[in-house]
Design a protein around this ligand. Structure first.
Ligand code: SF4
Length: 393
């Protein structure tokens, strides 16, 4: 993780709580400059306006990567800077911070095929999203926070279903053009109704990435991460390869059993919370401990419930992942929920305590724009809260 300035993790929490207001001068800058990693609408798309693809996916503030969630009014205003870097973030108390943009990968300029099938997260994760659909939407049982159907419809230039050959092609091209930047390869998606086929599909894509990393001698530096639904046939979990740098995530999204029912009706109906826990337990015995993960969306349930869930997962040998809820356009919950700074601080400190007790691992090493795991692992929430944020709780 790059060195952070004092209080960086607390700033990140406040930015994730309130979002960032994009000032007119910042919009001009974002229209003028070329080559930055822009939001591609692969998955999340905050409340924004037509032309929102001008938004950068993330900003780097005090060395910390934070997702750009634009919800309209916020204490944080992004504006043009008078000198480099081009942008500054101004808090309504008058505090001002340089805001750095991340450059996109060269491979996306060099290859239209790569730009159609992959994305860049946090400046360091080459991400493949497949399929760009989830059958829970067809069934009316999509997760309440998910915006996949709307975003996929809005940005049809991206390929809907990827092949192993697509992944091999892009990984090889990206290692040729951007080798030093790629820390992680992500395979993520919606879900096929045939969950066994869906799991096999994601493992085929992951294995294609692994074979290409090995062929290019990059297997020790770059990890491969799969976020998927577990298969019905748990024997398929044995497809998890012996690649040391493979991580697999089955997401519970919320820990509380009643909320799981209402937030994730499709997962509840078709697989069940207990089923996901059984699959996580089984996979954690197949893979090395703590390379199996489950994400809890932070902000959808009381803080003590999220912490209880993260603790229970850690006790199982599963690394919890805490991703702060972002209010996506097209999602059922949308702007109805916004976790406060004090709520996020409680969860962050609880997670940090877990990192002191268990060898749990972040899913995103440095590039977790809405995740707070890497900051908790580094103990950054032990630093004092910057004085100007006390009014923001
Ligand atoms: S499982 Fe839920 S979060 Fe994942 S793509 Fe389907 S609806 Fe969205």
């Amino acid at each position: 993780m790059v060195a952070q300035g004092k209080g960086a993790a607390w700033l990140k929490l406040d930015l994730l709580s309130h979002g960032i207001q994009i000032g007119e001068s910042a919009r001009e800058v974002l229209r003028e400059i070329r080559g930055i990693a822009k939001r591609k609408n692969f998955y999340n798309s905050p409340v924004w306006e037509p032309g929102g693809t001008l938004l950068p996916q993330e900003l780097v503030v005090l060395g910390c990567i934070v997702g750009v969630n634009a919800y309209g009014s916020s204490p944080w205003l992004l504006e043009r800077a008078s000198s480099r870097p081009e942008l500054v973030l101004k808090h309504n108390t008058g505090e001002t911070f340089d805001a750095h943009l991340l450059n996109d990968l060269q491979v996306f300029n060099n290859s239209s095929r790569a730009a159609r099938v992959a994305n860049l997260y946090g400046g360091a994760a080459l991400a493949f999203f497949s399929p760009r659909a989830c059958y829970f939407f067809a069934d009316g049982t999509a997760c309440a926070f998910c915006s996949l159907a709307g975003t996929a419809e809005e940005s049809s230039e991206f390929q809907g279903l990827l092949t192993a050959d697509d992944v091999r092609f892009v990984v090889r091209a990206a290692l040729e053009s951007d080798r030093e930047r790629i820390e992680q390869i992500m395979v993520v998606g919606g879900n096929m109704r045939d969950l066994d086929r869906g799991f096999e599909h994601h493992m085929e894509l992951a294995n294609a990435a692994i074979s290409e990393l090995r062929a290019c001698g990059a297997e020790n530096k770059t990890s491969v991460h799969v976020a998927t639904m577990p298969p019905r046939n748990l024997e398929l979990l044995n497809l998890a390869s012996d690649f040391d740098n493979l991580h697999i995530m089955f997401n519970l999204e919320v820990w509380d059993a009643a909320l799981f029912h209402s937030i994730c009706p499709g997962k509840h109906k078709d697989y069940g919370r207990e089923g996901i826990l059984i699959a996580l337990d089984r996979l954690s015995r197949i893979m090395a401990p703590y390379r199996v993960h489950s994400l809890l969306v932070t902000g959808l349930e009381p803080a003590d419930s999220t912490i209880a869930g993260a603790t229970a997962l850690a006790n199982m040998g599963v690394s919890p992942i805490l991703n702060v809820y972002h209010s996506d356009r097209f999602s059922r919950l949308g702007l109805s929920i916004r976790p406060s700074f004090s709520y996020l601080a409680t969860v962050a400190e609880g997670l940090q305590d877990l990192y002191a007790r268990f060898p749990i691992q972040p899913y995103w090493r440095t590039c977790g724009r809405n995740a707070i795991d890497a900051e908790a692992q580094c103990g950054l929430f032990r630093e004092p809260v910057p004085h100007f944020l006390f009014g923001g709780a």
